[in-house]
Design a protein around this ligand. Structure first.
Ligand code: V47
Length: 376
């Protein structure tokens, strides 16, 4: 499926691009040359949004043509209790907060058994770093969910949660991943990466694992055959150089362990956080970040435009700026909504299909492993 970008991009009129740095990026992409961090920075700094978008869209087109992918899935946040207390997060609660919740296995299984999604393929399972849950809770949760709907795939637990549960159990993260895999872990989501900068970590998420540790755990998962995703939370206090560094660290990790399936840029939502005075990123910034991700991450197949955080209209636009995937039906999203996301908590499969068609593209349903599913 993956043709060299040059085969599809040759009709992109590189010589009409107004920014010489973007033109140089286009020429490199055409000739199959990898971008440098300086090229990456030029993608973020350019005023030629349309030129950048045309290159990224052509690369997407060279891989997937007119297709855009989605999945019938449900998000499940088993707990909002979290001892990390990151400053960008409106989701976490202390254990004694009135609206703190932690699902029993039975409650989690019931939520999935009663899912409104007709052909549910995947559950995306994430929570906080709860001080009192043990490893049996996590393995039991995976088993209970699998029993609730046999055949379901579980994309569960960020590297942050894996580090937390391994420490609690006094075992290595590798052993922890092995036990989770045996209990039903099929894939890992990309959350918790935030932005790979010690400066920003110290200011916003000092209790969370470092970039090195996040990458190490994903590398371990890849070696066990567990595919993972990656994210970048952007539009708060990070610099463009830090974004570029984040993307290049992911590219380097992927060269080594090859297990990242998708990258999801997450635009910062400030409401109900200690950073509520910040405006969050603009639409132009979001589109540039999607396009730059597609171009820098030449070794990660899928770029998701996460409709929950982008809004439906910008998501449709992002599909023409290098993104090829929308995430899914979701049912009830909490993390972004607590931080002010104005989208619906979930979308029907029909609405996802319509959204893609309205954008002039061809919807293709996929599974957790990005394999296409024949739709009825
Ligand atoms: O880990 C937290 C981020 C992530 C805010 O892998 C925020 O398929 C914006 O990772 N504004 C959760 N972002 C979402 C996530 C995700 C979503 C969909 C698909 C996948 C996947 C992964 O959201 C957190 C954190 O990095 N986040 N607070 C906020 N105020």
């Amino acid at each position: 499926m993956n043709k060299p970008a040059g085969e599809c991009i040759d009709e992109v009129a590189v010589d009409t691009m107004t920014d010489p740095a973007v033109r140089a990026v286009g020429e490199k992409v055409l000739s199959g040359e990898r971008l440098t961090p300086e090229d990456g920075l030029a993608c973020f700094q350019t005023k030629d949004l349309m030129g950048l978008g045309r290159i990224a869209s052509a690369v997407k087109g060279s891989r997937y043509g007119d297709k855009a992918f989605f999945i019938s899935n449900q998000h499940l946040n088993y707990t909002n209790v979290c001892e990390s207390r990151c400053r960008f997060c409106a989701f976490h609660r202390s254990p004694d907060a009135k609206d703190a919740h932690t699902y029993t296995h039975e409650e989690a299984a019931a939520a999935i058994a009663q899912s409104p999604v007709a052909h549910l393929r995947e559950v995306h399972v994430v929570g906080g770093c709860h001080p009192r849950l043990d490893l049996d809770y996590y393995t039991g949760l995976l088993k209970a969910l699998t029993q609730a709907r046999p055949g379901l795939k579980l994309k569960a637990f960020t590297a942050v949660e894996i580090d937390h549960m391994a420490k609690g159990a006094g075992i290595s993260s590798l052993d922890c991943l092995k036990q989770l895999k045996t209990a039903g872990l099929a894939a890992m989501p990309g959350g918790g990466a935030e932005v790979f900068s010690e400066r920003v970590r110290e200011a916003l998420f000092p209790r969370k694992i470092s970039a090195d540790r996040w990458l190490e755990i994903h590398g371990e998962a890849h070696k066990l055959g567990i595919g993972t995703n990656a994210t970048m939370l952007f539009g708060h206090m990070e610099t463009m150089e830090e974004r570029v560094m984040h993307l290049f660290r992911l590219r380097k990790q992927q060269d080594l362990t090859k297990g990242f399936r998708a990258f999801i840029p997450l635009p910062f939502h400030p409401e109900n956080t200690p950073l509520a005075h910040l405006p969050g990123p603009t639409g132009v910034d979001i589109l540039k970040t999607i396009a730059a991700s597609r171009l820098i991450l030449d070794n990660i197949d899928h770029i998701k435009a996460y409709w929950v955080m982008l809004g439906l209209k910008l998501t449709q636009t992002a599909l023409h700026f290098g993104a090829d995937d929308l995430e899914g039906t979701i049912v009830k999203e909490r993390i972004a909504h607590q931080a002010g996301a104005a989208t619906a908590p979930g979308l029907t499969r029909t609405r996802l299909v319509e959204m893609i068609q309205e954008a002039g593209l061809v919807p293709e349903e996929r599974d957790t492993f990005h394999q296409s599913i024949q739709t009825q």
